[in-house]
Design a protein around this ligand. Structure first.
Ligand SMILES: Nc1ncnc2c1ncn2[C@@H]1O[C@H](COP(=O)(O)OP(=O)(O)OP(=O)(O)O)[C@@H](O)[C@H]1O
Length: 310
């Protein structure tokens, strides 16, 4: 349906996108994951035809959108990272306004508005001013705006950042429903690996302007198929304990996630005794030690050396 071919984008001294190749098949939910500054938003702007690339091409059903952006625009909905709504208008008035911008006839707007308000669960709030909405409700309305002109393809740029867990769940379930019931093709960017795991058929992992891995969940996790993750919880995590783990010759990676330490070591290794020895040497009192198969987050760390939410 859509493919990006060797995209590059240079902003003065920054190479934001550096040779990105990706494709989206009709009916797929594709994840684009990466830490801050990886180049996700720039890539989305280019493949939405909102920003010209420095070089490379984007094809929608085999036609270059660089030369003919209108072929894509009428079929594409974009949910930007920044909320793009009028605070002093109601939800309904916002939809009416954006409907006009999309040149939807006033008769059709009425039906589409009902439909969209139902999809994003805001029927009861349709006459309330947007300035009274929570962050999650604004994001839902933002998604509603992008659905008004019945796009075939939708790009969502981190639609769950900074919202309450209930709205987040609502958005994730809505994305799934739109894909399954309306055959909407979706490109979804996120910092959250668990969202990608839940939603996406395929994932691209991006860092420093490059795609550094791609595939379905299992293929990406397969990158660490010969490793295991040891998750350690301790009363207090001292630097000396972390340093000893980091410099142990068998350890591939060590990183902290909330109150736990994740240590990635080869699968065949029995690392329990080593951890107990290092805890003894550094007077660390352990709360728990568990073995897990590596998560997408572990794979990301292995590939980039940094946690996704750094
Ligand atoms: N208009 C611009 N002018 C100059 N530099 C830019 C511009 N837009 C983006 N950049 C730089 O390009 C790089 C990639 O930014 P981009 O916003 O695409 O990353 P991102 O992966 O979407 O990050 P985030 O998750 O924080 O949104 C960053 O170093 C950013 O500072």
């Amino acid at each position: 349906m859509l493919e990006a071919l060797d995209l590059k984008k240079q902003f003065k001294n920054t190479r934001a996108v550096d040779g990105v190749n990706l494709f989206i098949e009709q009916g797929e939910v594709v994840g684009l994951l990466g830490p801050n500054g990886a180049g996700k938003s720039t890539t989305i702007s280019i493949i939405s035809s909102l920003l010209p690339p420095s070089s490379g091409d984007v094809r929608f059903f085999n036609e270059s959108i660089i030369k003919k952006p209108q072929t894509l625009r009428k079929h594409l909905g974009v949910v930007p990272q920044e909320i793009a709504l009028y605070n002093n208008l109601t939800a309904k008035e916002n939809l009416q306004f954006f409907g006009k911008i999309y040149h939807i006839s006033s008769n059709l707007i009425k039906t589409k508005m009902e439909e969209v308000l139902e999809i994003v669960g805001l029927q009861e709030k349709q006459n309330d001013l947007v300035k009274t909405f929570s962050g999650g409700m604004k994001r839902r309305l933002n998604i509603g705006v992008a659905l008004l002109h019945e796009p075939k393809l939708i790009f969502m740029d981190e639609p769950t950042v900074g919202i309450d867990p209930q709205s987040r769940k609502y958005i994730l379930d809505t994305v799934k429903r739109l894909n399954r019931e309306q055959d909407l093709t979706i490109l979804y960017t996120s910092h959250y690996m668990e969202e990608a795991e839940y939603l996406c058929d395929r994932i691209y992992i991006m860092d420093q302007g490059h795609i550094i891995a791609s595939g379905n969940n299992n293929e990406i996790k397969g990158i660490l198929s010969s490793e295991q993750t040891v998750v350690i919880e301790a009363e207090i995590i001292e630097d000396s304990f972390l340093n000893k783990l980091e410099y142990h010759p068998s350890v591939t990676q060590v990183y902290r996630q909330e109150n736990a330490i994740h240590v990635i070591v080869p699968l065949e290794m029995d690392f329990f005794q080593t951890i107990i020895d290092i805890a003894g040497e550094t007077e660390t009192s352990l709360k728990s030690v568990q073995i897990q198969t590596p998560s997408l987050e572990d794979v990301f760390l292995h590939l980039t050396g940094k946690a996704l939410r750094d």
